[in-house]
Design a binder for this molecule. Structure first.
Ligand code: SF4
Ligand code: MG
Length: 339
């Protein structure tokens, strides 16, 4: 399909606050450190990785809820990086966010009607038929009772609150929604309902999603393509089926080896790839390939010359077939002896 969004070399570094009277410059937290991807109209790009890998920050920076440190974001061919004021506000009619914690992201002192109607007020838009009827239509659409218009967030369950968040996100008919772990805080029994709702409104309103999550099963279900992040970088990005069937990055292979198989009878045929060592600090990430301190391939398969390359040279995202990019000098299928 058509490209909706192109992200190139995107970085988000957070300055560290120094304590005490003497202010010293310190190294920033490199939460997102040079990621590139494209997003096609109508698709869902899953973004996965352990907590602290920068996936939520990446989503927020793409929407410019956080100001990018470097890189470019092109939306429908137009460079939107660093838009401010009215330009940025107008962009919000195109791009919205659904947050992980539906309660934390909803103002407890506002009625649900005011929360869902807020985007109209912020944009100065008067929907046909009035705000109240538009909001009640949205409530109905996401499976809430429109008569509960005057209720407050605490009167709703977690799943209903996430429906409120979704109604607010679709109010302005955006093209792109970043869903930041939208079901992680919900009971497993509720998760599927919310995922189904997201899929329904995606089809109905022709939405494109960036779906940030750590649950690889949910991501597999909802995504067309998947990006795997580690320490602020994309390790591998590919078509969903390709990524799950043929992961070429040792990190992706390790993550996938820990996901329960849909058919438990096949479970005995594989082994887990265990990652040893702690996640390094994003303030001082390892040199060369940021994954080398934990990489099973580095530890068990490579010779000294090859290792030297992992330690000294940053691997860039390289094409390994149609719609499959890998950032590893020695990309390839997992060998049996690391498993
Ligand atoms: Fe492992 Fe080296 Fe590939 Fe990094 S570049 S993932 S350390 S094999
Ligand atoms: Mg997060």
């Amino acid at each position: 399909g058509d490209v909706l969004l192109e992200v190139e070399g995107l970085k988000k570094h957070f300055p560290m606050r120094t304590k005490g009277i003497i202010r010293r410059p310190t190294d920033p937290v490199k939460a997102v450190d040079g990621i590139s991807f494209t997003l096609r109209k109508g698709e869902t790009l899953g973004v996965v990785g352990e907590s602290g890998c920068g996936k939520s920050t990446a989503g927020r920076t793409v929407l410019q809820l956080l100001e990018p440190t470097a890189g470019t974001i092109r939306y429908q061919g137009r460079d939107i990086t660093g838009l401010k004021g009215g330009d940025l506000r107008r962009l919000r009619t195109e791009m919205q966010m659904v947050f992980q914690d539906p309660y934390g992201s909803l103002n407890p002192r506002q009625s649900v009607g005011a929360i869902i109607g807020a985007p109209f007020a912020i944009q100065g838009i008067e929907p046909t038929g009035g705000v109240r009827s538009a909001v009640q239509g949205l409530m109905q659409r996401v499976g809430l009772n429109p008569e509960h218009y005057n209720r407050y967030p605490h009167e709703f369950s977690g799943g209903q609150r996430q429906r409120i968040g979704i109604a607010r996100a679709i109010a302005l008919r955006p093209s792109l929604i970043v869903c930041d772990e939208p079901v992680s805080a919900l009971d497993v029994s509720i998760q599927a309902q919310v995922v189904n709702l997201l899929e329904d409104v995606q089809n109905e309103f022709d939405l494109t999603y960036i779906f940030v999550a750590h649950d690889l099963s949910v991501v597999r279900h909802i995504s067309d393509r998947v990006a795997v992040m580690y320490l602020g970088k994309i390790m591998e990005v590919a078509d969903r089926d390709e990524l799950y069937a043929n992961p070429l990055h040792p990190y992706t292979q390790a993550l996938l080896s820990a996901v329960p198989l849909p058919d438990p009878r096949k479970e005995h045929k594989r082994s887990r790839i265990l990652l040893t060592g702690d996640l390094p600090s994003p303030v001082n990430p390892p040199s060369g390939c940021v994954f080398h301190t934990r990489c099973p391939r580095y530890k068990k398969e490579l010779d000294d010359t090859q290792r030297e390359r992992c330690v000294s040279e940053v691997p860039v995202q390289t094409s390994h077939g149609p719609d499959h990019e890998v950032a590893c000098h020695f990309a390839g299928p997992a060998s049996l002896d690391v498993m």
